[in-house]
Design a protein around this ligand. Structure first.
Ligand SMILES: Nc1nc2c(c(=O)[nH]1)N[C@H]1C(S)=C(S)[C@@H](COP(=O)(O)O)O[C@H]1N2
Ligand SMILES: [Mo]
Length: 240
């Protein structure tokens, strides 16, 4: 099993994450380590020939948020991703800083619960590398993504989502700033969105503004770990 997993990782050119995940040590109980193995599998990757001619937009396609609109007008030069919560070093990343990090490119299929799929090519740094830069504290168990787009009128109920450390450290979990070799369009979550390839579409938070490390989810917004989980009873773990 272990050999197969490592072989799989080698094939995809990513071996660094596994020892680092273990280094994270204290933040994962022994039981979590055991439970983590089955979910190590990789989502299927495709070739350029498989790309959908157009990667559609779903949900918000242009955030109704004056602060976001201002950032967009400026080509996101003043945008920064805040990483805080249960970290030693709260850190802000500019788009240029994220673009300067080692990046992963992957062609994957996005599956939306509303009944459509599309294959796209995504590029961006591994989420794990970004989180490591802020030094997660041992108590951190969840990664919460706070987005720019309000889901209700009057700027209320900003979209948000969350994943656990297993998915956060998975090699295909990236912060994408490119789709199909072009800067991520606003319709698809500019300037940066999450790709968490073994879960359904609604987990892939767009318009990222802030990433919060947390020990629990029940005291964040509606307490269910995401906008759709809170409002429509969607499953928090949306494995494909
Ligand atoms: N911030 C934010 N993220 C979001 C959404 C949204 O409305 N707002 N919609 C989700 C849903 S349901 C899907 S299927 C995908 C759609 O991504 P796309 O617009 O690139 O197709 O984004 C997900 N992430
Ligand atoms: Mo979706």
């Amino acid at each position: 099993m272990g050999v197969l997993l490592l072989a799989g990782c080698d094939r995809l050119g990513s071996t660094a994450w596994f020892p680092r995940l273990l280094n994270l040590g204290e933040s994962l109980s022994r039981q979590a380590h055991k439970a983590l193995l089955p979910r190590h599998s990789m989502a299927q990757e495709f070739t350029e020939a498989d790309l959908s001619p157009h990667f559609r937009s779903n949900g918000t396609s242009n955030p109704d948020n004056p602060a976001y609109q201002e950032l967009a007008r400026n080509g996101f030069r003043d945008w920064a991703l805040q990483v805080d919560g249960l970290v030693q070093t709260p850190t802000r990343f500019s788009l240029a800083q994220l673009r300067a990090m080692p990046a992963r490119t992957q062609i994957t299929r996005h599956d939306c619960v509303e009944g459509w799929s599309a294959i796209g090519k995504w590029k961006g740094p591994n989420l794990a590398r970004v989180l490591e830069a802020a030094h997660p504290l041992p108590e951190a168990r969840f990664v919460v993504f706070h987005c720019a787009d309000p889901m209700e009128s009057g700027g209320r109920a900003l979209y948000y989502e969350s994943i656990d450390m297993e998915d956060a450290w998975h090699p295909q979990t990236i912060l994408a700033y490119e789709l199909n070799d072009t800067p991520l369009p606003i319709a698809n979550g500019a300037p940066v969105r999450l790709r968490v390839e073994r879960q359904l579409g609604y987990k892939h938070a767009k318009y990222l503004m802030r990433i919060e490390l947390a020990s629990r989810l029940d005291d964040i917004h509606g307490g269910k770990g995401g906008y759709w989980e809170d409002s429509n009873g969607y499953q928090w773990y949306a494995g494909i």
